[in-house]
Write a protein that binds this ligand. Structure first.
Ligand SMILES: *Cc1c(COP(=O)(O)O)cnc(C)c1O
Length: 505
């Protein structure tokens, strides 16, 4: 019995919200400077000592799984360790600048953003990169919106986006939200895009094909040059979903494969925090022809401006119109500026994007360097292949790169995953992609060493050897037992109090 079981018995562990633990009533007093109708009589605030606060968060962290506590081999959504040095860099007090500052006073920040744009462009083989989108999915939306603006400006009325069956759900959602009809392309027998089926699907209605490479079962689309020709010959654009870029770092570039527009999931490839759909970053790269459509404002070197006017109301721009905001020393001439690309699709996020996340991506790329990035993609692929060798599960599609879809065969993949939790590891992605029976989509990433991979394999194999009855009961050794996933999504109870009230009903 571990410490938590001793503390909580067989009951599921629960941690009240801070205010539910102990709250104090604060009286605003007589001397409020605010008008009476804008103040309240009292306010409940958490009233806890520092140790209580610290223990609260420590307990919450212990109830959770994270890549800090063990391998987290979630396929497709690459979960790799975030080294602490990137946190240190982002925590530098000088990094905390107000986004409304006059660009002339934040030249260092702009230089870093510009540097990251350049690194990403180089890594992806793209000509220009925006850092504004706050997540991979937001990057997809940005990229497809750019493709749409491009076609529209060319007077080209196109209504469809083609998405392979193996694509991530966000690809379908992106195409639909951008206003396109989604054409689903079934996977070929070998798990890849079937070029003949693609040729039959493209037409003068094709705005773009969205493709992940290696795809979501870890297979490199080896017909990519032909695929690019088919799409381009039909007048469409080729979109690269960058979720699996970790497999290619330093080895192959989407731009060289014929892709026109792509997103980078910096949390999957450059080890920044995932952000839970929130404050992350999903930069978008484009080829030259699409650069004028990027979101505004965009960072560039002043000497690249070639006579174009800089943004007058850009996010970081000086609200007074560049009068210098009372700075006494004008300093050297600014090297970097913000500008609005000519046919910009507008803004997809506030200011220049999630700056503190972008710093982390920049720091990670700088620390690894060319050699380190090359090493990351090699080890990501080696680790996936070593792990698959140790598993007593079939992998129907091979040889693969950085991830593989094993099949649980006649077992229920979700039950096996719950069983793995009891052996102390986070399970892989299950039941997706759908064309693999009872899929367990596994991606150990380059951060695991040999022993850790062997432990992970042991957990897989032990769970596979457990009886159906045991697996259906699992997990039994976690903070929370098996949850009703549908109810959790449809009828969430977001606090301990709400749960307690519901129990009393
Ligand atoms: C994660 C993922 C996305 C979406 O990216 P987010 O950054 O999570 O929004 C898109 N496509 C694939 C293949 C992914 O794995």
């Amino acid at each position: 019995m571990n410490y938590d079981q001793a503390r909580y018995g067989d009951d599921e562990r629960n941690e009240p919200l801070l205010a539910e633990k102990h709250s104090v009533t604060v009286d605003p007093g007589e001397d409020s400077v605010l008008p009476d109708d804008l103040t309240r009589d009292s306010l409940e605030l958490p009233g806890l000592s520092e140790p209580e606060l610290s223990r609260h968060y420590t307990r919450l962290s212990q109830m959770n799984w994270s890549v800090e506590s063990g391998p987290y081999p979630l396929g497709s959504c690459t979960m790799k360790y975030n080294p602490t040095f990137i946190e240190t860099v982002a925590a530098d007090p000088d990094a905390a600048v107000h986004p409304d500052r006059d660009p002339e006073t934040v030249q260092g920040n702009l230089e870093l953003l510009y540097g990251l744009q350049e690194y990403l462009a180089d890594i992806g083989g793209m000509d220009a990169v925006t850092l504004q989108p706050p997540a991979g999915a937001a990057g997809e939306f940005t990229g497809i919106t750019i493709a749409k603006a491009y076609h529209e400006r060319n007077g080209d009325d196109r209504s469809e986006v083609i998405v392979p069956a193996s694509a991530h759900g966000t690809n379908f959602a992106t195409a639909a939200i951008a206003g396109y009809d989604v054409v689903e392309l079934p996977s070929g027998d070998d798990g890849r895009v079937d070029v003949e089926a693609l040729s039959a699907a493209v037409s003068e209605d094709t705005a773009a094909l969205m493709l992940t490479n290696p795809n979501t079962v870890g297979l490199f689309e080896r017909d990519i040059a032909e695929i690019a020709d088919v799409v381009h010959d039909a007048g469409g654009l080729l979109y690269y979903d960058g979720a699996n870029l970790n497999a290619l770092l330093g080895r192959a570039r989407p731009g060289d494969m014929g892709f026109d527009v792509m997103h980078y999931n910096v949390h999957k490839t450059f080890a920044t925090p995932h952000g839970g759909g929130g404050p992350g970053a999903g930069p978008v790269g484009v080829v030259e022809e699409l650069a004028d459509y990027l979101p505004r404002p965009h960072v560039r070197r002043v000497d690249e401006a070639s006579g174009e006017a800089a943004a007058d109301g850009g996010a970081l721009a000086d609200p007074d119109g560049g009068a210098g905001s009372g700075r006494s020393d004008p300093g050297p001439d600014p090297e970097f500026e913000l500008y609005d690309p000519d046919h910009s699709i507008g803004k997809v996020h506030g200011f220049a994007g999630n700056w503190l996340v972008l710093i982390k991506a920049y720091a990670y790329i700088r620390r690894l360097g060319d050699e380190g990035l090359l090493d990351a993609s090699a080890k990501a692929t080696l680790n996936a292949n070593y792990l698959a060798e140790l598993l007593e599960l079939d992998v129907p599609y091979a040889p693969f790169h950085h991830e593989f879809a094993a099949t649980a065969g006649d077992r229920d993949a979700a039950d096996v995953a719950k069983g793995m939790l009891d052996y102390g590891v986070h399970p892989p992605t299950t039941k997706w992609p759908e064309f693999v029976d009872e899929a367990m989509l596994t991606e150990p990433t380059e951060v695991e060493n040999r022993r850790s991979l062997e432990d992970l394999a042991a957990a897989f194999n032990r769970a596979m050897a457990d009886s159906d009855e045991t697996l259906q009961e699992a997990p039994t050794r976690t903070a929370s037992r098996r949850v009703d996933q549908t109810a959790a999504a449809r009828n969430p109870r977001l606090s301990w109090q709400a749960l307690d009230d519901a129990r009393g009903e």
